[in-house]
Unconditional design. Sequence first.
Length: 132
Amino acid sequence: RRATSTPVIPPSRSTYLMAVTMFNRIVVLANNEEGAELREMTFKEMGIDRSLSQVIVTDMAPLDYVHIPDDALKRIDTLLAERKDKNASAIIPTCASLAILLEERGIQNIDGLRVVNPLRISIRIAEAICGS
């Protein structure tokens, strides 16, 4: 972002901000523990950590969503069914491969949680900025 004078829309941060304005509790999906820690830290830095219900680690590689999508979706269903906070109302996938899979399959809800897709949010924000 520092190397350009063109506005860069960070998909995750813009999605988090949009999501907390619409939903009271949010579940975030991360591929690994490092990603989970980063998401928790980001929510805290942004001052919106009260809206973070839980970060769920899928322990899946980005290419798993491409090569074994049905297995990946079953794993996510299982993890969400076991989640601690049943009061959450939205879920944010933080992996672009997973976000694309959900978009391609037309999945808008998982285990009662509304999917807030970072790719879709970023496109909408960019369109608004550009006047499209």
